[in-house]
Design a binder for this molecule. Sequence first.
Ligand SMILES: [Zn+2]
Length: 310
Amino acid sequence: MPSRNFYSGSGLDRAEHLRDDAEWLRAQLSKSTTRILPVWRTKNLIDTRSRISGEPRPVWLPSLKAARLLELADELIFLGLRDGEVRIALDLSTVEEPSEHPDLAPLGEFVDLREIGPLLPRDEGSILAYARGLAHWHKTHPFCGRCGHPTESTQNGHVRRCSNPDCGTSHFPRSDPAVIMLVHDGDRCLLGRQPFWPPGMHSVLAGFVEPGESLEEAVIREVFEEVTLKVDQVTYHSSQPWPFPSSIMLGFSARALNTEIKVDERELERARWYSREEMLNSPEDESFRLPRRDSIARRLVDDWLKETGS
Ligand SMILES: [Zn+2]
């Protein structure tokens, strides 16, 4: 089995059967073992000293010490059980400036997961991604897409229900499927670059799955749209939650059937074939660097390099 991708493997029991009991969740707040994970505008609370030391760790507050924060919360999300103990995310987005709030400032600082993801233990990174993803979904779905009335959080933070009694539609958290694929041609693979990426960064191709197509069809379509290559042998690799803001990345490899590239400049700044040797000797600087370590893109590249190297 391949090792897990970043942002998966939380180790949490999501305990779906406990989601429909709001009173039960409230009662958990007065238990000494319950832990609270604060979220603010999709940022996670990180212990400042741990961040300075280069090993950032999230702040898990004992709920008994979080009474004042609970009053500030506009969303309570039951994440699940860890070793039988209750874990809850608390959305504090209504606080204007946490670094100036007397109850929040001493606890740590709110940080974007993308800044620290690779430095976190895998299970903690996955839980932060989970909490961030749900908090973002709540914030972006305040109204019913069917009738336009306000929605309300229910199922302990896992469903939003329309408040219009004539409608009552339930809305569920969404993950947008995106395919990401390493296209290979013998000892070379294709890397491209989008203009807004960090200087030098090159990566494999990717794109969103459209309604009415399979994942394999999406791979074939996206590769052709971006670089006019035809591919076959579309093979599944692994998947990765990517809550920036709400994707699930589905990783593939594919074999190129032709090798001449024509870049769609609306999507990519450039793309070309890179030999295995060239990639193994990546300078990792502003002329050329591989994708970030916590991405499935990097995993696809690294695994391909190992495969062809053996
Ligand atoms: Zn409605």
